[in-house]
Design a protein around this ligand. Structure first.
Ligand SMILES: *Cc1c(COP(=O)(O)O)cnc(C)c1O
Length: 234
């Protein structure tokens, strides 16, 4: 596949700005009653250039998230990884089966496993791949994720295929934070039932609600890098 990745229209990322936002983010986590050192902050770099990932790594944020296969394929090789650092790349976007092969060797965790056909393709191309099952906790048709009621069967199917299911991932409905918290609670209860350690939930707008429900990984873009530039086509 020819990488299609134009330089983003964003202003260059300044490490000092990201550092100041990270201080504020850690204060938000602490104010939500959680120890910032015990919550993984995933730096979501979608729509930003490799300089966003450079800044995150320079500041010790080693878990990075991307949403689009082509963007990720083009960007990852351009990231400047400090000596001794091993970034952990998570894929957090909708994943088509025919794109899975492009992620081989590039991704550490696929967080958006949401159907059996995708599990089979991942297992075929990437044996023993680390995955999270994405659950559609908001019930919105436009969101990815398996239905809440299908979660156990999908986790078992993925395990049967040899995939390493490490956690669940969910995106709450935008807007009402009490409603978001209820949706995060659903994810936590499912993860508890399935004895899955990782709960990837919460983003810039709703991370307090997610942290209150035991999130182990928050996925944060704009609170670290500022407003996202418009996405390039492709
Ligand atoms: C973009 C994105 C995020 C980060 O969103 P922010 O609001 O910028 O923090 C988190 N999770 C998913 C699945 C995303 O697509």
């Amino acid at each position: 596949m020819a990488p299609q990745f134009e330089p983003p229209r964003a202003d260059p990322i300044r490490v000092g700005d990201v550092e100041a936002r990270l201080v504020a983010l850690r204060a938000r986590i602490a104010a939500a009653g959680r120890n910032p050192d015990e919550v993984t902050i995933m730096a979501v770099t979608k729509a930003f250039g490799p300089d966003a990932a450079d800044a995150a790594l320079a500041l010790g944020l080693e878990t990075l998230g991307e949403n689009y296969v082509q963007e990720m394929v083009a960007k990852v090789p351009l990231v400047r990884v400090p000596t001794g650092v091993r970034p952990e790349w998570h894929f957090i976007g909708r994943l088509q089966r025919n794109k899975v092969r492009h992620l081989v060797g590039l991704v550490d965790v696929i967080e958006t496993l949401d159907r059996a056909s995708l599990a089979r393709e991942i297992a075929r191309r990437m044996p023993a791949q680390r995955v999270f099952v994405q659950v559609n906790i908001s019930g919105e048709a436009q969101k990815g994720g398996c239905a809440v009621a299908d979660t156990t069967a999908l986790v078992e199917e993925a395990r049967g295929l040899g995939l390493r299911v490490e956690g669940l991932m969910g995106v709450a409905a935008a807007g009402d934070l009490d409603r978001a918290r209820n949706q995060f609670r659903t994810l936590r209860e499912l993860a508890d039932d399935l004895a899955l350690e990782q709960r990837s939930m919460g983003m810039t707008a709703d991370l307090e609600a997610a942290l209150a429900e035991g999130s182990t990984i928050i996925r944060v873009g704009s609170a670290l890098f500022g407003p996202r530039p418009p996405r390039n086509p492709g």
